[in-house]
Design a protein around this ligand. Structure first.
Ligand code: SAH
Length: 217
């Protein structure tokens, strides 16, 4: 496996400066993104693109999210070091690794078996202590619920009820909600067993969340 180099670290510092200029201000998020070697989540031939602020194809019709989007979602999630976090849509494993820089308890679920197996191998080689699962994450991961934070990295038509139910009281869900062409970033805080508070943020464009509580496959 290719390693991290002085040049890559320099490129990450420049990327983090760019994210700061674009309005990301949470120092813990910026430090996490300066720490995680994004190029290792790319196929060898494409690594030169890893430190541009752009989404990029990872195979199977899926993409690694743009660094700005990863920073934006992670900032909204406000991860604390003791949080149990669930990510829906493991993809390349990059966002999962950024979450791991913020808390030791990261669960991530991927629907596409090819991506799941590839990323599971990569994360094992990196000794990344994430708990990875293959399945329909629109239904959450009930076996390990409740979660302090849930992050969805694919665009959803609605707020999936199973995810709301798997939030701890006081916990938060960050999810892009909209149609196939654009989605608004939404944060939902579970204020009590029965009540949820919703805030709406910027508009983004994600690949679709498939599955029972997403866009039917
Ligand atoms: N977080 C990823 C971005 C992946 S793109 C990264 O850092 O690279 C969104 C991912 O969500 C894709 O890999 C897609 O296969 C996956 N996905 C779509 N619907 C899903 C579902 N119902 N459950 C789990 N994963 C899903």
């Amino acid at each position: 496996m290719q390693t991290d180099t002085y040049r890559h670290r320099g490129q990450r510092r420049a990327l983090v400066a760019e994210l700061r200029r674009k309005g990301i201000h949470d120092e813990r998020v910026l430090a996490a993104m300066e720490h995680v070697p994004r190029h290792l989540f790319f196929e060898p031939g494409f690594r030169e693109h890893a430190y541009q602020d752009k989404a990029f194809p990872i195979g199977e019709g899926q993409t690694i999210s743009q660094p700005y989007t990863v920073a934006y979602q992670t900032q909204l999630l406000n991860v604390q070091p003791t949080d149990r976090v669930l990510e829906i849509g493991t993809g390349s494993g990059y966002q999962c690794s950024v979450l791991l820089a913020l808390t030791g308890q990261v669960y991530s679920i991927e629907y596409n078996r090819v991506l799941f197996e590839r990323t599971q191998r990569l994360m094992a080689r990196m000794h990344a202590p994430a708990h990875l699962f293959c399945g329909d994450g629109s239904l959450g991961l009930p076996d390990y619920a409740p979660y302090d934070k849930i992050l969805v990295t694919a665009g959803s038509p609605t707020l999936p009820r199973p995810l709301l139910r798997q939030l701890r009281v006081g916990g938060a869900l960050v999810i892009p909600v909209g149609d196939a062409s654009s989605q608004r970033m939404v944060r939902v805080v579970r204020e009590s067993e029965e009540s949820f508070a919703r805030e709406d943020f910027e508009v983004f464009r994600f690949v679709p969340l498939l599955g029972e509580a997403g866009w039917q496959k």
